[in-house]
Design a protein around this ligand. Structure first.
Ligand SMILES: [Fe+2]
Ligand SMILES: [Fe+2]
Ligand SMILES: [Fe+2]
Length: 414
């Protein structure tokens, strides 16, 4: 499927106001992966809309500004439609579980098929951190909202500690990677970098905005702590993007990503009503793609094929469970990073910026850190933490369900 060669069926980007709201899904009856697709596309639209705002702030060409204002309005409308699928009775924390489930499974799927070792290592590395967030948020859900997580996110994803959240804060420069060269990169690599940056950025935005609306103080603190890690993830992923591309070339890439994702969603969606939403949005994106490729031709004299030498969609994105893969990656739970280096915490020199940052940020009393406290409180109340494991945890040091390990991957020799 080459989306550039499709005839855009859509002739206008104008919609009536009532197109903004769709009937929301049933949070118990809807497949967890339908929810993750909804969150993914909501984030992709946010990224697209926000990109065009940044573009507008750096563009002097009045004709280009007019065209991107039209597309931007359309992206905003698509985001509203997708956001309206979330039901009124789904709490901030319930939605959060789906956010982290998306982070885990999307990252695992992209990592599994990634050939570029720089990109793959970053995916595997961050995977274990979102995996840990899922565990801590799930325990908080059961404790505060007495809600059965399984009814919401099913059993596609295991719930157990990853790299403990307390071990994740690193000095800002540590997460910066080397960008890909998108002229020579594999099409799947280009897609992976854009998709995961948008998805992680959406998670970061969500926690930035909703964290302080949580109904308990310990949860507000947990959101703040985890939002800071999402900031690290976005910094890492965006540093992989090719910085040499023009605004129009980036816009073309964004539109291509939207086409690819909607096409993947419509091919894999089982819910007929939601599938129709994906199909309709795909049509819109084919139109956006056409408009942007015309702009690129007109103002930079560049044909789309110079950016996409293989324009056919590669392997589609299909949400399937990744339990085995995540367990394999967990073996590297003690890794730390600095740029392209990934080193076991035990092998880091004591002068490493990680330790300096941790000392200031975590301070002298790790027992007070919200992500540790939430599990400690859960254990005090219930005797053990809450997990969903299909086998014992692959890391012995993370097996004890009566004690939350706050030293592994952070303190040498643990
Ligand atoms: Fe869009
Ligand atoms: Fe993340
Ligand atoms: Fe678009």
């Amino acid at each position: 499927m080459n989306p550039f060669e499709l005839k855009a069926k859509q002739k206008s980007l104008y919609y009536p106001l009532n197109a903004l709201s769709l009937k929301s899904y049933d949070k118990y009856a809807t497949d967890p992966y339908t929810k993750t697709r909804i969150i993914l596309m909501n984030g992709t639209e946010f990224e697209s809309n926000w990109f065009y705002h940044q573009f507008a702030r750096h563009c002097k060409n009045k004709d280009v500004l007019k065209v991107i204002a039209e597309i931007r309005r359309s992206e905003q409308l698509q985001q509203k439609r997708i956001a309206s699928l979330k039901p009124v009775n789904e709490s901030i924390l319930e939605t959060t579980l789906s956010y982290e489930q998306l982070a885990v499974d999307l990252t695992a799927i992209l990592a599994k098929r990634e050939k570029n070792s720089v990109v793959k290592k970053q995916l595997d590395f961050a995977l274990l951190e979102d995996f840990d967030h899922l565990y801590r948020f799930t325990d908080m859900l059961e404790m505060d909202e007495k809600q059965n997580y399984k009814k919401l996110i099913g059993s596609y994803t295991e719930i157990m500690p990853g790299r403990p959240t307390i071990s994740e804060p690193r000095a800002p420069m540590q997460d910066l990677k080397t960008p890909i060269n998108s002229n020579t990169a594999n099409p799947l690599t280009k897609l992976a970098v854009s998709i995961i940056t948008g998805a992680e950025q959406q998670t970061m935005n969500y926690y930035m905005n909703v964290g302080s609306f949580y109904h308990k103080e310990h949860g507000r603190r947990l959101y703040s702590e985890i939002a800071m890690i999402e900031e690290q993830h976005v910094s890492g992923y965006e540093s992989l993007k090719d910085p040499t591309k023009s605004w129009l070339e980036c816009a073309l890439m964004n539109e291509y990503v939207e086409c690819y994702l909607y096409y993947s969603c419509m091919q894999t969606e089982k819910d007929a009503r939601i599938k129709e939403v994906w199909e309709r949005h795909y049509e819109t994106e084919v139109y956006h793609l056409k408009v942007v490729s015309d702009l690129l031709q007109k103002y930079e004299g560049k044909h789309y094929s110079e950016e996409f030498s293989e324009p056919d969609f590669p392997e589609l994105l299909d949400f399937k469970e990744n339990k085995k893969y995540v367990r394999e990656v967990l073996e590297s739970v003690r890794l730390n990073t600095f740029g392209l280096e990934y080193i076991d915490v035990n092998d880091l020199p004591p002068s490493h910026p990680y330790f300096k940052y941790q000392k200031t940020y975590i301070g002298a009393n790790p027992l007070k850190v919200p992500s540790h406290k939430i599990i400690k409180d859960y254990i005090t109340k219930n005797g053990t933490d809450l997990r969903y494991e299909t086998a014992p945890h692959p890391i012995t040091a993370l097996r004890d369900r009566k004690f939350d390990n706050y030293e592994i991957a952070r303190v040498k020799g643990k």
